[in-house]
Ligand binder design. Structure first.
Ligand code: ATP
Ligand code: LTN
Length: 339
């Protein structure tokens, strides 16, 4: 029997998860859990690269873990854990930080976007170093595949470059990971501004559909979404059709249908109102079971915490072995066990 390939991915507990997080990442994770050896973490150490309130961070960390389960991840198959519970992430991140040229980090689109939103003198160094930590997350587990949305493509390239650099300097150590980006739903755009990526930390009221939004709120947000002044319901790259394209993409990704089938479905629609109604109802229908399970899990914190403890133990076993090899390779003196 050949060993299963490894998969690792994570989401930051930096806000409430959106349908972008679900379609770009979570849905692909669930689809892989039977065929791969999976590790999924709640990346709280990444979340603190921008300021977080301590109580909110604790709450969001549990909430995100509960959403992983509610979305269909099975803790008997996939290891589900919190990044900061496995110290090897911080240790390997430091080692990789020392090997990461600053220029690589300064070129990252996410760094440029997020640092532009902050006062120059309050940008934490962690925001710049973020990709070295992400590389550590992935390389510790020798992950072959990393299912993520389109915005993470650049970070995966950097991870591969770092792995190659390390392997070249110290001998074959790391598997070179590949980004797995879904065909539909890899880049869901903001409902209020279809030229910007939907993001969980955007504070505008009509920007994102959150996975835990009530049906009424979902209807309201989708009905208010920005479209154009026409009535042509088709997929399109034209900038003015970005809103309609985004709604059709959301429909396609949730329904699993082809583009042609989605366009055919809306061929007899009377206008964008019908399109919006169709999209809102499909989202509501898909999120209902997830919301019910999530609600139940948040009332069982003991159960959730046990799953996270078990996940961290499984993560430790793999991560600590990789870290030990790395430390030996680079020349760290192994400590003698105390007597
Ligand atoms: P933040 O706004 O806090 O930066 P985010 O919403 O961009 O957060 P992340 O935690 O950075 O979410 O991303 C988690 C996963 O969800 C990643 O794989 C990312 O590519 C994916 N993802 C995030 N937003 C979208 C989106 N709009 N469309 C598709 N995938 C997305
Ligand atoms: N940077 C990612 C979150 C993330 C991640 C990872 C994704 C942190 N570590 C490891 C995949 C693998 C983001 O979505 N902003």
């Amino acid at each position: 029997m050949t060993a299963k390939k490894r998969v690792l991915s994570g989401i930051q507990p930096s806000g409430s998860l959106t349908i972008g997080n679900y379609l770009g990442a979570l849905k692909q994770w669930v689809a892989r859990q039977d065929r791969y050896d999976c590790f999924f973490c709640v990346v709280d150490m990444h979340a603190i690269t921008v300021p977080q309130n301590a109580d909110d961070l604790r709450h969001k960390t549990r909430e995100v873990a509960a959403i992983y389960l509610a979305a269909g991840l099975n803790p008997d198959k996939a290891a589900i854990f919190v990044q900061s519970h496995v110290a090897a992430h911080a240790e390997l991140a430091w080692i990789l930080t020392c090997m990461t040229p600053i220029g690589w980090l300064q070129r990252m689109t996410q760094f440029k976007d997020k640092s532009a939103k902050q006062q120059q003198d309050s940008i934490g160094t962690g925001l710049l170093n973020y990709p070295s930590l992400m590389a550590a997350d992935i390389l510790l587990y020798q992950a072959h595949e990393v299912p993520v949305g389109d915005d993470q493509r650049q970070h995966l390239e950097l991870t591969r470059d770092l792995a190659q650099r390390f392997n070249h300097l110290y001998g074959e150590t790391f598997v070179l990971p590949e980004a797995m980006i879904p065909e539909a739903g890899a880049r869901i755009m903001g409902l209020d501004n279809p030229t910007a990526k939907m993001s969980k930390s955007d504070e505008s009221e009509y920007h994102a559909v959150y996975l835990l939004d009530t049906p009424d709120v979902i209807r309201k947000k989708v009905m208010k979404s920005v479209t154009d002044s026409g009535r042509d319901i088709r997929f399109s790259d034209e900038p003015e059709k970005a809103g309609v394209n985004n709604l059709l993409t959301i429909y396609q990704a949730f329904s699993g249908q082809s583009r042609e089938a989605v366009e055919a479905h809306f061929a007899s629609a009377r206008g964008y109102g019908d399109l919006k109604k169709g999209v809102a109802e499909l989202i509501i229908e898909h999120l209902r079971p997830l919301q019910e399970t999530h609600h139940r899990l948040m009332h069982e914190p003991g159960y959730l915490d046990r799953i996270l403890a078990d996940g961290a133990a499984r993560a430790h076993a793999v991560a600590d072995a990789t870290l030990a090899r790395v430390k030996t390779s680079i020349g760290f003196l192994p400590p003698l066990a105390s007597s």
